[in-house]
Design a protein around this ligand. Structure first.
Ligand SMILES: NC(=O)c1ccc[n+]([C@@H]2O[C@H](COP(=O)([O-])OP(=O)(O)OC[C@H]3O[C@@H](n4cnc5c(N)ncnc54)[C@H](O)[C@@H]3O)[C@@H](O)[C@H]2O)c1
Length: 432
């Protein structure tokens, strides 16, 4: 089994570390956040992710997993070094490679000959080459290999996605190093695709851009369904049976968000622009998405009587989707921000407690409460902003009794409109 160092212990790095340890590898996870490292070594998991606490505990108990502060401490004995650091969006839309470059500069002098440095962060085409150049400029031995191994996991089901992926993509110019990387996944039952580095990097962006396109497409169809009085859920079902289309990612909603799609579509568009390629399709996807966020605010404003100034609005859910505590680029936060900017008082219930606490610091005017009923007290409109399953099982008689008017905007099409209308609610969904 191999000695593996993972640089960055966030959603991707921590999942990669715990899963590779569970596959039998000897793994050291590194982060610059000393507090996070101390918590991890005590078995405390800083993110909400199904199955992760058990895997981390097993790895630590079996001495196959440990966490250290700083990349340098982790890489000395490593055969493989995974880079799992952030690649946030820069002002011009491109991917900011600052964290990747800093980590590579830091580890370069410590790497031993034969080590493979693997980029798991989502990085633009050409980054493998940049990493190679930084390594040699920073004094690494010339027997270091660099590979791209993009990650496709979904937050909320990250462990399962990592251990049962649809595919593993390895981009590397050196066939021997590519075989060594593929060997890390020996016990994972998935097709392994070995490509050149640029293609592997592009596969990640193309996949995310395609999924974002599906979402914007069905959101646009949902808007059209509202205009012609059709039900987008029936439409999506009828489309999905066509195996060339499929059912997944045809759920209309408030628009995509999260830590990946917004920044990755912007970065791909930036790559297209800098290559002189007119990718107006992708620009359209991004525009439709922003417009979809705005449409949700309009729906709430309409049910509040056309004016949000002084209105009390309840919202359920703040994370960018259910089963995660991630608030990055959450459509829900876009919506609450705009409601408050128009003078509404917004009271929110978010099931992921740590996310709720962080949201309160991100949006100081936002009132956070600890249950769904408290949120609706005195509200004239309820906005369901995240598809947490528990929202389905709320007592809507009690909700109605607490509100000044029984109005629901269901941005996730989560609830049953017939049952709510029977109870006297005015129900507005998306495209139905
Ligand atoms: N979150 C996802 O669902 C997902 C899925 C696929 C790919 N990705 C990509 O993976 C990368 C990481 O994303 P994430 O969501 O895990 O980010 P994250 O912010 O959750 O974690 C990154 C971690 O790296 C640490 N870090 C930064 N610089 C470091 C350094 N020099 N040494 C050690 N640690 C350092 C940070 O402290 C942080 O804990 C990004 O490129 C992202 O686009 C994310």
């Amino acid at each position: 089994m191999s000695k593996v160092a993972i640089i960055g212990a966030g959603y991707v790095g921590l999942t990669t570390a715990a899963c590779l340890a569970s596959l039998g590898h000897d793994v050291t996870g590194a982060d610059i956040d000393a507090d996070r490292v101390a918590r991890l070594n005590r078995g405390e998991i800083p993110i909400l992710e199904d199955g992760l606490p058990e895997l981390v505990a097993d790895g630590i108990a079996g001495r196959r997993l440990r966490f250290v502060v700083g990349a340098v401490t982790a890489v000395g004995n490593a055969d493989f070094v995974f880079l799992c650091v952030p690649t946030p969006q820069a002002d011009d839309g491109s991917a900011d490679l600052g964290f990747v470059e800093a980590a590579v500069r830091e580890i370069a002098p410590k790497l031993r000959p034969g080590t493979v440095v693997i980029n798991k962060s989502t990085v633009p085409v050409g980054t493998t080459r940049i990493v190679k150049r930084i390594l040699s400029d920073a004094g690494a031995t010339d027997r270091i290999y660099v590979a791209s191994n993009p990650e496709f996991l979904r937050e909320g089901v990250a462990v399962s996605d990592f251990l049962h992926p649809n595919r593993v993509v390895i981009g590397c110019e050196d066939p021997e190093a590519a075989v060594r990387v593929s060997d890390l996944y020996r016990n994972v039952d998935a097709p392994i695709l070995v490509t050149d580095a640029a293609s592997a990097e592009m596969i990640k962006y193309a996949s995310n851009a395609f999924l974002a396109t599906k979402i914007s497409f069905i959101n646009a169809i949902a808007g059209l369904c509202e205009a012609v009085d059709a039900d987008v859920r029936e439409v999506a079902l009828g489309m999905g049976y066509d195996t060339r289309i499929g059912f997944e990612f045809l759920h209309p909603g408030p628009g995509y968000g999260g830590s990946c799609f917004p920044k990755d579509t912007a970065a791909l568009l930036h790559t297209a622009r800098s290559s002189g390629f007119d990718f107006s399709l992708l620009q359209g996807v991004i525009d439709v998405n922003r417009r979809q966020h705005e449409r949700m605010v309009e729906k709430i404003r309409n049910l509040a009587g056309g004016d949000l100034d002084g209105a009390t609005i309840a919202v359920w859910g703040l994370t960018f989707k259910a089963k995660t505590d991630d608030l990055r680029d959450s459509p829900a936060l876009y919506i609450t921000d705009h409601l408050m900017a128009e003078g509404a008082k917004v009271r929110a219930y978010e099931p992921a407690e740590e996310a709720a606490a962080r949201a309160a610091t991100m949006q100081p005017g936002l009132e956070i409460v600890s249950d769904a009923y408290e949120a609706v007290a005195g509200a004239s409109v309820l906005g369901v902003l995240t598809e947490w399953d528990e929202f389905r099982w709320v007592d809507f008689e009690r909700v109605k009794a607490g509100m000044t008017a029984p109005n629901v905007v269901d941005t996730r099409n989560l609830l049953d409109p017939t049952a709510l209308r029977r109870r006297g609610f005015t129900y507005v969904g998306v495209g139905r």
